[in-house]
Write a new protein. Sequence first.
Length: 181
Amino acid sequence: MATHGFRPTHVVPAHGMPAWEDPDPARPTVPLDPLLPVRLVERRGDWAHILCANGWSAWVDGRRLIAVPQDPPTEDHPLTAAADPRPLLARAEQALARYRAAVDALLAGGLDGESFRDRTRGQRIGVVVDGESVWLYDAETERWAYSDGKRLTTYAADEAPRATPEPGHAPTRVATFEGEP
């Protein structure tokens, strides 16, 4: 069952994490995928009760969740190629089409289980659509990106920030907030 109005408050760490049915280590359940967007519902000490976009919930070690901004900031600059959400949407569609083709072949008897695993190995896709907002996993850059339909911004990344920017990366800017010097 889908949960309407789902707004993630956290993402799962880059290497995934174990989950439990109850805040009890004796009741494990399916582990959570890396960078899965979740909403924190309740805290009990180090335990965190989380909700996923599809309505599934579990208990996790809340200390390991990565907090994300509620509404990712967007800039009021002209749209650049890197901020255009359409290429990432196209890659997500292509990845989903490849996966669907593999499922069709498996169910039609054209693939056995091992061939299916070989064909789908390494494929990663993640999409959460909520009205005008979309969160997309970009497997090429190993990042979750957010778009309001007009602009794409990084939401969460698999790896730690780099000490030096990549070639072609925009220069660092000082961010100031209203009321600050």
